[in-house]
Ligand binder design. Structure first.
Ligand SMILES: NC(=O)c1ccc[n+]([C@@H]2O[C@H](COP(=O)([O-])OP(=O)(O)OC[C@H]3O[C@@H](n4cnc5c(N)ncnc54)[C@H](OP(=O)(O)O)[C@@H]3O)[C@@H](O)[C@H]2O)c1
Length: 385
């Protein structure tokens, strides 16, 4: 029996993870959970899974939850330190890192430093701190298994391959809700339209990132740090069916691909059971029903964030942190209906293009760049309003 803590258990990945764990309850037991503000759902999860430690974002909510759970022997903690405490809980065997944004970084690092197995969904951690995380993985002997479907696909293709034989990795993207929208109609996109993803049901932030294609830009940087390939060896193809999750071209001309139904429970389960496999409860992939699998180049004029992400990847150092921080700020503003959809790429572009590269050597450096970029992005939003 393996003990699991789920960081971000009330989110889309967190809930799917608990479904997988519930189905595999003969192999896995929940010992820790963290939530942000959704303490009602967390309480239901506590009733069902009986963890030993939980954390929420705010102190008052932790105190209220503690009162409601007074009959249980459970530690209730809060804030970043609380999430870090759950991540480094001594009884953990596996930690699922599924908090959104840079807020997931410290808890992810806390899990790495315990030398445990980490199922990583929180791609922003890898984007802003790839070298630091890889360094600590080596130092503390942790194991990181990607949960992002594209990276899980690559990981599965590479299971028996030597990295020196890999020529190119291509991540696929559904294209989001606006793949077929004429550029002339991109100016009047509503929040509701942007949240209406054609293939995946996800949290709000990653859904907007999928609509701008920032999600793919972040994944490109994540892939660079996960698999150690040069930027020119990493590509993106639009694949509206979201069945082929990635392609790995080998030096001998073979192209390996991983296909599966469009459901995050598949890569989550693989990350938990790796290197073994368990039966899926999902219906099998039926290609004769799907019939056509299409692939298209990305229109980088319509989705300029892809060019910007490549720039951040190639420049490295502080650039990916700036890209991520500016994006987190403008996506929040869009979710609050304070800006228009096309403002997202315009503001992120302005911030990234004006950035002067800085060396990043520590966690403090990362948070300094993050803080300064957030301030600059908010100032720019204010100037434009
Ligand atoms: N959803 C997908 O299909 C998918 C696929 C691949 C990768 N990912 C990645 O997985 C991560 C999570 O995505 P998601 O779609 O599951 O997002 P989500 O539905 O928005 O869930 C985010 C989780 O993080 C918690 N959280 C947010 N801010 C927090 C904070 N400051 N402190 C503590 N907890 C906080 C939320 O808590 P409350 O809800 O309680 O506030 C929730 O449990 C992201 O990095 C995303 O890019 C997602």
């Amino acid at each position: 029996m393996k003990n699991i803590s789920v960081l971000g258990s009330t989110g889309s990945i967190g809930r799917s993870s608990l479904d997988v764990i519930d189905k595999l309850s003969h192999r896995f037991k929940v010992v820790g959970l963290t939530a942000g503000r959704n303490t009602q759902l967390l309480e239901k999860q506590v009733e069902k899974f009986n963890p030993k430690i939980v954390s929420v974002e705010k102190k008052e909510e932790a105190e209220e939850l503690k009162r409601r759970l007074k009959d249980k022997s459970i530690r209730v903690t809060f804030a970043q330190e609380g999430a870090e405490e759950v991540a480094s809980f001594s009884e953990n065997d596996i930690i699922i890192s599924a908090i959104t944004g840079i807020d997931g970084l410290r808890p992810t690092l806390a899990a790495v430093q315990e030398g445990k197995k980490i199922a990583l969904a929180n791609k922003e951690s890898m984007v802003v701190a790839g070298p630091l995380i890889q360094d600590r993985i080596r130092k503390f002997g942790a194991q990181l298994i990607p949960v992002d479907s594209e990276h899980s696909g690559v990981f599965q293709c590479l299971a028996k391959e030597k990295m020196e034989n890999v020529k190119k990795i291509t991540l696929t993207a559904s294209g989001g809700p606006f793949f077929r929208k004429p550029p002339s109609e991109m100016n009047n996109i509503t929040l509701e339209e942007a949240l209406n993803h054609p293939r995946w049901k996800m949290g709000k932030k990653v859904t907007i990132d999928s609509a701008t294609l920032m999600n793919k830009g972040l994944e490109l940087i994540e892939a660079h740090w996960l698999f150690g390939l040069a930027p020119r060896q990493l590509g993106i193809l639009i694949h509206p069916q979201s069945i082929v999750h990635s392609l790995v071209e080998m030096s001998d001309g073979s192209v390996l691909a991983q296909l599966s139904p469009t459901d995050m429970k598949i890569p989550i389960q693989y990350a938990l059971t790796y290197p073994e496999r368990e039966d899926s409860l999902l219906p099998s992939l039926n290609l004769s029903e799907i019939k056509a699998l299409e692939f298209y180049e990305v229109d980088t004029e319509k989705f300029p964030i892809i060019k910007l992400s490549r720039l951040a990847l190639e420049e490295g150092e502080s650039f990916p942190i700036v890209l991520n921080a500016a994006n987190e700020v403008v996506v929040s503003a869009f979710l609050e209906k304070r800006i228009k959809f096309m403002d997202i790429s315009e503001v992120v572009s302005a911030i990234v293009e004006n950035h002067q590269k800085r060396k990043v050597q520590s966690l403090e450096d990362i948070f300094d760049v993050d803080r300064e970029t957030r301030r600059a992005s908010l100032d720019l939003l204010k100037k434009r309003s």
